[in-house]
Design a protein around this ligand. Structure first.
Ligand code: SF4
Length: 327
């Protein structure tokens, strides 16, 4: 990316214009819309399912051992780096690093994941604490496994709450109901006008490979919007397989990521005017867990066809779907 600042400026202008256009179509104001990779990938997978989720499915689902794993893992590693430093002999023990952070975490009611952990401690919910610590330890172990220790020079953890500071966001304009957040876990290299930094997206486990390019595109665009400089590359890693995929960022990747972010706003605007509508349903393995499958002809057809096979074995046929398995 030769003109990292100019590319970010152009992306900001095009996303802001597209967001304005989408909001102008709204018959009623859609309310505040915070766009992250979660919604962008949901819309890309199946717009009909995303719209049908409604308010309950569009927002943050709340903390749980699964949703807190990355936040606790990043915070624990951040604390370890602050206390022990990044020297080779200070390779973190995931269990001990997480345990130290949990002991130091905020009181009940504090903001973010620290407050949730404080609530669990106050309630004496040791089972949820243990499950969360185990998931966070796996996240941290995988992160260090894939990136190596010492971490690459000039690595900075992102989305770590320090001193209660909120995560940075981007707004298309002052007063806009739309905001964009970056979900990258770390940055390698400083953010300068030259734009040579890399954003790291770490997953504890690898889903199917199709998500890698989409996730990288969304994070490249969200990172360029939030930091106002385009990253040079996005590295997507997985702790269980050790995979490490690097995607170089160019204008095409930024544009596709920006389009995915804007699509969330478009779908939220459409959702204000209609309930679930399978007109643009896109069948995929998501159909297996979709609560609209019973009212979605494309999803039912997929479940009764290719979707009945799972890992080479026929899957159980969901309620309301014709059983076409060979007898
Ligand atoms: S059943 Fe499948 S195709 Fe239909 S809305 Fe749900 S995810 Fe989309």
């Amino acid at each position: 990316m030769r003109d990292a600042v100019g590319a970010a400026d152009r992306l900001q202008a095009s996303v802001a214009a597209a967001v304005d256009e989408a909001l102008d179509e709204a018959a009623v104001p859609p309310g505040a819309i915070h766009v992250t990779w979660v919604g962008a990938l949901d819309v890309a997978a199946c717009p009909a399912r995303y719209r049908g989720q409604g308010e309950a499915g569009w927002g943050f689902p709340g903390w749980s051992p699964a949703t807190a794993a990355g936040a606790i893992g990043r915070a624990a590693l951040d604390l370890h780096l602050a206390e022990a430093g990044p020297a080779p002999e200070h390779l973190p023990s995931p269990v001990e690093a997480v345990r130290r952070w949990v002991r130091a975490a905020g009181a009940a009611g504090a903001p973010g994941v620290a407050g949730w952990v404080g609530d669990l401690r106050a309630e004496g919910d040791r089972a949820t604490l243990a499950a969360s610590a185990a998931a966070a330890g796996r996240w941290l172990a995988g992160f260090v496994r894939v990136l190596g220790w010492p971490l690459p020079a000039a690595t900075a953890l992102l989305n770590v709450a320090r001193d209660g500071a909120p995560a940075p966001k981007w707004w298309p304009r002052r007063g806009s109901p739309v905001s964009v957040g970056s979900g990258a876990d770390a940055r390698i290299g400083r953010i300068t006008g030259a734009g040579g930094h890399t954003l790291v997206v770490h997953r504890a486990a690898a889903p199917d490979d199709g998500d890698i390019v989409r996730r990288a595109a969304v994070e490249a665009a969200a990172g360029a919007l939030v930091h106002r400089v385009s990253p040079a590359s996005v590295v997507v890693t997985a702790g269980d397989t050790g995979e490490r995929a690097r995607l170089e960022v160019d204008e095409a990747l930024l544009a596709s990521g920006g389009e995915m972010l804007v699509s969330v706003v478009r779908q939220r605007v459409v959702a204000t005017g209609q309930g679930f509508d399978p007109a643009d349903a896109v069948p995929s393995p998501h159909c297996r867990w979709c609560e609209h499958a019973g009212a979605c002809p494309p999803g039912r057809a997929w479940l009764a066809g290719p979707g009945r096979w799972r890992g080479g074995l026929p899957a159980l046929v969901p309620d309301g779907v014709a059983d076409t398995r060979p007898r």
